[in-house]
Design a protein around this ligand. Structure first.
Ligand code: PHE
Length: 551
């Protein structure tokens, strides 16, 4: 049996059968053998299958750390890194430790790339016009336009936060008090997540209980298991003893329990037919269960950009801001040993920088427009990758109405309207004012692209839809700003949207360097759309360059 690197493909049951069929070797020898053929990830999965990992915590907790390059191996070697986003910053930081002389060319006057936090007074320049965030300045009044959440198992990001003393706090990603609104169900009125989710569970459990009592599942289980299963279904759905779902305290109260004789009364359950009309069950009701979205989620205190800023402080001599790259060439004086990058700083005359290696972290839609002499299959692969088209809209709110009126503290409300969701800040809880994300569209489908509308239209749409979720919204939200990533210069999109076919072809092409030019970024990972993917990809580029200079 061959054990691969990818833990999601490395099934625990397969490993179990391997254990059973190989009783003649010791556990240690067995694990060593797996590690030799399948690497550390496979060995860890095997240990986990044997119940031998410290807490049976599994693959979620693997993090080999940044590649440990031998000290000084980079001495005398120059590297040009294009982009001071997470991939570029991590590359420069790790290579610098090994003695490489790095220069980061960053097109903007700030580090972070898509890791971008907007505060009161900030100017926003997009291809479709300029805006300014007209909000007061205060530590809790910020808007994470790009990444806004860190999953508990994104160890590379979390590890750098620890190394650089970037304090984190809990990011509430999933909130049972938040709302679901669908024009096609429940009279278009918002309903609490706790009601939708628990009434769904209750209704489905009742169906299962019915199938059980009708004997339809008898053949599949022993008598003992049938009893246990009935218990499980009842507990899961909060069913009555007769297997009926008659609503649940979990779904919220119509009269709350209180002192003396106030026993409390829960709501009437939403009917299955009404629930079926809504689209919540498609993914919204289970969004917070996703591998990358489930509790615990974290965020840096004071804004996501605390992370790139911590890197930038340590790389002050390495980063050159306001440098727009015009050209990338892999040949230096006809030899294939290096690369040159032509750039302009603050619009001044073009300059050329030569180095032993280039790490290009530009998003692919940007790189596609930069003249270069990359191999034809590279150019094809770069052009082929379609990026998502996400957009966010933020408002300043003098009053935290979602907290005061709805007891919503963080999390998201979902809607079928074109804003998709409203995100409530996990920071500044119970302060007077706040910054609310009035829309976050993922831009995965053609119809889900806010960048086609003007900034004013986007904000108007967000207000109209917000009104359906929070009556009076139009008077409660102020000074909206809207960022559509396809319209952000130096990004021109959200994150890489590789298809399965492309993963087997173009994606693989870009994983290998072309001469002295390496690509890095979330687009060269299976954690696309996350900082973790960018960092892991940077680690890989660093490791490849380290091996190459030692060879
Ligand atoms: N990481 C981003 C988010 O949490 C973008 C993303 C969304 C990536 C959904 C993958 C899937 O919203």
């Amino acid at each position: 049996m061959k054990v691969g690197f990818d833990p999601s493909r490395c099934s625990v049951s397969a490993l179990n059968s391997l254990t059973a069929s190989t009783p003649i070797i010791t556990r240690r020898a067995f694990i060593t053998r797996i590690a030799q053929t399948g690497g550390a990830a496979a060995a860890w999965a095997a240990l986990d299958a044997l119940g031998a990992t410290p807490l049976a915590i599994g693959a979620d907790h693997q993090y080999p750390g940044a590649p440990a390059l031998p000290a000084g191996i980079g001495r005398g070697k120059k590297i040009t890194i294009i982009g001071a986003g997470m991939a570029g910053l991590v590359s420069a930081y790790e290579l610098g430790k090994a003695g490489f002389s790095c220069t980061i060319l960053e097109a903007r006057s700030r580090p972070g790339g898509r890791n971008w936090t907007i505060r009161g007074g900030d100017k926003i320049v997009q291809t479709d016009g300029s805006q300014q965030a007209l909000w007061p300045t205060a530590p809790h009044l910020y808007f994470n336009v790009g990444p806004a959440r860190i999953p508990h198992h994104h160890h590379a990001v979390l590890d750098y936060c620890k190394q650089f003393n970037v304090p984190l706090e809990i990011m509430m990603n999933d909130n049972r008090a938040a709302l679901f609104q669908d024009d096609a169900a429940f009279g278009g009125k918002p309903v609490q997540a706790k009601q939708v989710i628990n009434d769904m569970r209750g209704n489905l459990s009742e169906l299962l209980a019915k199938a059980m009592s009708g004997g339809r599942l008898d053949g599949a289980f022993s008598k003992e298991d049938r009893e246990r299963l009935s218990g499980m279904i009842g507990a899961f759905g909060d069913l009555k003893a007769d297997g009926k779902y008659a609503g649940s305290d979990r779904a919220g109260f119509i009269t709350p329990p209180g002192a003396a004789l106030a026993a409390g009364k829960h709501r009437e359950p939403l009917s299955l037919s009404e629930l079926l009309k809504s689209d919540f069950w498609q993914f919204k009701a289970s969004f917070g269960e996703g591998p990358e979205q489930s509790s615990t989620m974290l965020q840096p205190i004071g804004g996501m950009d605390q992370i790139p800023r911590a890197f930038a402080k340590r790389l002050a001599k390495v980063i050159r801001y306001d440098c727009v790259v015009d050209e990338i060439r892999k040949t230096v004086n006809g030899s294939k040993d290096g690369a040159k990058v032509v750039f302009r700083q603050s619009g001044r005359a073009a300059t050329m920088i030569e180095s032993d290696f280039v790490i290009c972290t530009m998003p692919l839609p940007v790189l596609a427009k930069v003249p270069n002499d990359l191999a034809p299959e590279y150019k094809k692969a770069i052009a082929e990758c379609a990026y998502t088209k996400p957009a966010k809209i933020a408002f300043y709110t003098p009053r935290r109405f979602w907290e005061e009126d709805n007891a919503i503290y963080g999390g998201m409300s979902w809607t079928t309207r074109e804003i998709t969701q409203i995100l409530y800040p996990s920071h500044g809880i119970r302060r007077r004012d706040g910054v609310l994300v009035g829309s976050y569209t993922f831009g995965l489908a053609p119809g889900d692209d806010m960048s086609q509308f003007s900034v004013q239209d986007r904000i108007a749409k967000a207000i109209a839809s917000g009104e359906r979720i929070h009556p009076g919204y139009a008077t409660m939200v102020k000074n909206g700003v809207s960022i559509a990533w396809p319209n952000v210069p130096h990004n021109l999109g959200g994150w890489a949207g590789w298809t399965d076919d492309q993963r087997a072809t173009s994606y693989r092409t870009l994983l290998a360097p072309d001469g002295a030019i390496y690509l890095a970024g979330e687009h060269l990972s299976y954690v696309t759309g996350w900082q973790e993917g960018a960092i892991r990809s940077a680690h890989r580029a660093v490791e490849m360059i380290g091996k190459r200079v030692q060879a």
